[in-house]
Design a protein around this ligand. Sequence first.
Ligand SMILES: C[S@@+](CC[C@H](N)C(=O)[O-])C[C@H]1O[C@@H](n2cnc3c(N)ncnc32)[C@H](O)[C@@H]1O
Length: 203
Amino acid sequence: MSMGMDASTVSRETLDALRAYHELLLKWNSRINLVSKSSIDDVWQRHIWDSAQIVDCAEDVKTWVDLGSGGGLPGLVVAIMAKVADPNWKTILVESDQRKAAFLRTVIRELSLNARVIVDRIETVAPLRADVVSARALADLSVLLSFAHRHLSPQGTALFMKGQSWEKEVSSAQETWSFDLKAHKSKTSPTAAILEIKEIQRV
Ligand SMILES: C[S@@+](CC[C@H](N)C(=O)[O-])C[C@H]1O[C@@H](n2cnc3c(N)ncnc32)[C@H](O)[C@@H]1O
């Protein structure tokens, strides 16, 4: 078992909602590709608990924007955790694929989440002035910084879930961007990290 999150670290209500999400994810995954077939037997560890840990990296959230949500990772997991934690917390999921957006809307409706979906490209959506912008498996760090720069409020925080090459991506992004970085070691994957980034500016 991981030293990170599991069923014992969330409330009963949150766990029930995560289970309902898991069921819908498996049901829809047979028709549209929301998570890779190779990870389907380990969705809890690889995707749900992996996403849940990101919530601890932020506080005082009113608007959380998840970019390129796909099957809702981490965006729907965040919205599920937020439902119990804070009724004023709103989650916005940006996803350009219509079929994935239909899945996201179904989960939001069935679980009564305080969330909405914007079906459009991140680059063309009007600036969202978010307190937090998150992304997982979406793009290279330099590209993510340009997305966050567009959609964060000036005091906002970007949280990017990155794999083992995160240090290389940071060095290369520093050629075009300046930013404050705090790297949190992932609790579910030893070489991965959550990059907490503020004060993003073009060099
Ligand atoms: C590799 S998937 C990752 C999905 C999810 N974040 C995860 O970790 O499983 C990337 C998703 O971002 C969406 N996407 C890619 N580029 C986008 C853009 N420019 N605007 C909006 N959505 C985008 C894709 O449709 C896809 O669903």
